[in-house]
Design a protein around this ligand. Sequence first.
Ligand SMILES: Nc1ncnc2c1ncn2[C@@H]1O[C@H](COP(=O)(O)OP(=O)(O)OP(=O)(O)O)[C@@H](O)[C@H]1O
Length: 707
Amino acid sequence: MAGQELSPEALALIAEEEALLSRVQQALSEARRQAAERTLDTQGLMAQLAVLRDDATTAHAADLPHVFTQMNEVRSMLERQETVPLPDANAPYFAHLRLSGPTGARDYLLGRTSFANLAAGVRVIDWRFAPVARVFYNYEEGDAFEESFGDRLSEGEVEARRLVIIEKGVLTRISTGPHLLQRDAQGRWHARGRDAASVLAGGSGTAARPGFLGVGRGTTHVEDAFGVTALLDAEQYAAVSTGPEQPLLVLGSAGSGKTTVALHRLAKVVFDDAKTFPQARTKVVVPEAGLARLTRRLLEPLGLGKVSVETLESWSLSTARSAFSLPGIKLSPETPALVTRFKRHPALRRALAGRVPVFKGKALPPTLDRLRLKLADAYLDRAFLEAVVADAKGELPRTVVAEVLEHTKQQTATPLARQYKGYDADSLVTVDGRAIEADTPDALAGTVDPDDLPILMFLKAQRGALGAERLAHVVLDEAEDFSLFELFVVSQLLGDSRSCTLAGDEVQQTTAGFAGWDAALEELGIRDAATCRLQVSYRCPRPVVELAQHVLGTQSPANAARAGREGAPVGFHHFPDEAQAWLFLGDALRDLVLREPHASVGVIASSREAAQSFHRVIKEMPWARLVLEGDFSFEPGVDVTDVDNVKGLEFDYVVLPDVTARAYPADDEARRRLHVAVTRSSHQLWVASSAVRSPLIRTFPGADGAA
Ligand SMILES: Nc1ncnc2c1ncn2[C@@H]1O[C@H](COP(=O)(O)OP(=O)(O)OP(=O)(O)O)[C@@H](O)[C@H]1O
């Protein structure tokens, strides 16, 4: 029922949308009943085909491709004797489009599964495929449209363009232009203003009191089955619609929708040509475990549940095992950070390319062991290492030479088990049952660093085919974190197909040594990739975007995306010592969780140790979780984690507990890390510090007020 305060127009709109939904639900239950009755009976399909044929004779030009596609679908189902998949009655569509044209007005509902009952005036079309979806994403209500569908030009007016949310079969929101109508739990409808309209866009109001955590975002839970699909802007939709064979590079500031575009593009590529791009031959690779989990969650509702999502490390291990036909590869338990940096640096790629003739060698097959020893020759060659450091132009410190030498010596030592071959196996085990070399430098003997795997595959490919299974399409998210060797391996897996999507933002690279987009594209063999630069920062409200740019300093790109909306000011809280800061934050979190039980909160510390230590303050609370290995549950509550875990993720509220001079000094890497942490918040950000504030925030307006 509608409330008294609503205008007659709003009441009419609600009545119209509710009637439409009920028509769709009736048509669906009728279709379901028929499907149950006939099982393999083909009559229903025949009838549907007949209706579609009729419709085709009177159809609007814009409608024809869609009608033909549906006819083809029904025909092929008739051939396969399958039942037609029906939209989920709980959330059958996410938008309503009414187009007028020479043959009158016609309603289209955008969803994920096509369904038509033309007698009832119901047309649910698939956003990934239906040509009419182009009108939805490219025009506003009231616009005249002109689009060519196949070889026919269609024009008319967008009479209505409404976003709707249907939760458990009940219409709960209608958003059109500046208006948002919302149904409360008691079934009363309310009108809200333009600001509130952004709630549908994952936004919120701005009514935050200073010193108060929470803007009301997490008071209620919205079950929006379609999420951001309904909200793609014209530019994003154009990128999503890039032809499947064309390599695509999606750039944009934090939260501008790069992941969103990359995954929606994958959905469209797979849907448009499932034969060439079957899900089983597509892959998404991301740097961190947390983002891999989130990606799986985002793929599921896009109908991409069978796409494999891997972290860089697990992908390169499984690819190396298949390339070298090995059941397992003994990885080093830990690689010093500096050695990792060396092995991922573009200067090493250039230097090894110069040594390729050595690796080409003579006839012996390029097994992992042989290549590992040849690579170790390079790592043990001081002049070679020094040349790499010189070429890195200050991005690798000179101390890296000694570290790589030492680490390689330990790895190339003969493992104790082999040295003592023939000894009683029990004598090689300590009293606590562990191998005698565990936790000693000997534990490294005979191991390979995870970062060596793509290098070894690069070396193998110099001698012929890599020998791993080919991919039809690959998505690389946070692509600025991929080393050139990894990109090389990807290019081998793609082979002649260059169908891939890279999403990235150079200012979010976590370590120094990004080769640049030109070099990345070159390595992938896709210099002609289409590039799109997303312009709007959807995740973060304006105050957060401003702080993020301030933190980056001169690294901030001139063409950074603009904030999509206003929002609560950033809260700065400074304390003489850490214990006070953490008690204060602990109380604020307790209070927030009570008020907003559905909110997601990220407490992002600068390091693993700091996260563990802060977690102790709230660990008794059932809603507090310590997440150090990317194992986010994405449930409401508080995740206490560190910067290395959060790339690509987002939380309603973010609290940074230790923005101190020690944790974030004035250097480029600290700037990028703090920038990643700051840009995780979609509604409000709190920055806390104790002792000495980080120089990266000190001069930001409002940052100097003590709590
Ligand atoms: N057109 C849009 N309208 C509203 N919200 C959007 C739109 N596009 C993306 N979003 C939302 O903005 C947030 C950020 O999107 P996404 O994670 O794709 O950005 P990103 O550029 O990959 O971020 P990061 O740089 O952190 O990896 C998500 O919540 C997403 O649903």
